[in-house]
Design a protein around this ligand. Sequence first.
Ligand code: SF4
Ligand code: SF4
Ligand code: SF4
Length: 285
Amino acid sequence: MSFDVQREKIKEICKGLLESGQVETVIGYTEGGIEGMRIPYIFGKPEEAAALEWDVRCAPNLCKYLLEMKNKKVGIVAKPCDVRGIVHYLVESQLIRENIYIIGMDCAGMEDVDGDKLPGCVECNIKRPPIFDVRVENREVSDEVGPGKDAAEKLAGDLDKFKKEMDKCILCFSCRQSCYGCYCKVCFMDRGVPNWQPAAPDAGAKMVYHLGRAMHLSGRCIECGACERVCASGVNVRYLIQEVTGFVEKIYDYRTGLDVDTSPVMASYKFDDREVGFVGGDADE
Ligand code: SF4
Ligand code: SF4
Ligand code: SF4
């Protein structure tokens, strides 16, 4: 089933959901963005489903909108990475499963205006939604779940690479705003006490922000690539988060957003948890 066939199927499903009253609101995509990028589309009338779009330009992750509608019955058109975000919100007790109707999309990958695959989509190997209420199939998409990204690049220890990326950063926080996982009401960077933000975005403040964010995303990154995609300065610090993600998978056998019945790795403790990385802890084999 191609994007075109999937699009017609979504319209039919969303119209039916609103007509039957099963949901009050639907979140999907419609046209209107720059250079053909699809934009979020939130609507509540059955006839409005006709304006839904679904193609290689539906990159924005929509799951964060659900946090604004926790007590409503909402249908959401969700790519596998969006569904992983929903699963992780559920394990973090941020959403009520019964209130969400997941229209899970098989996803062949999103592209930029030149037809190149977007960051995240290049490495993505979870192309089918891990959970759904209805799945909109694309037979061209593999149903295998591949392993997480091997942290083989070992770039995290490369200070020169890190400094080079920091030089480009203007501390605009778009990467934080676009990330499903950054939903604290007040980010640590915006707190007055202690004040992490100097008047000028100096190297120290940038390092605190990016290292702090990487730690806050440990065991929580859904590998969507949004943080890299939205950066107008071309900064790539996603490799840091990828290394943390690879580490968590290797040491704790945990991959984010695949199972609603597994507690978040950083909020569960076992007597035999390995303590790799601590002084006197286990060796990382
Ligand atoms: S990261 Fe995977 S699921 Fe998400 S848009 Fe890209 S290909 Fe689709
Ligand atoms: S990495 Fe890019 S998006 Fe993130 S704060 Fe720096 S300039 Fe902004
Ligand atoms: S850190 Fe980046 S890749 Fe990971 S979930 Fe957030 S936006 Fe997506």
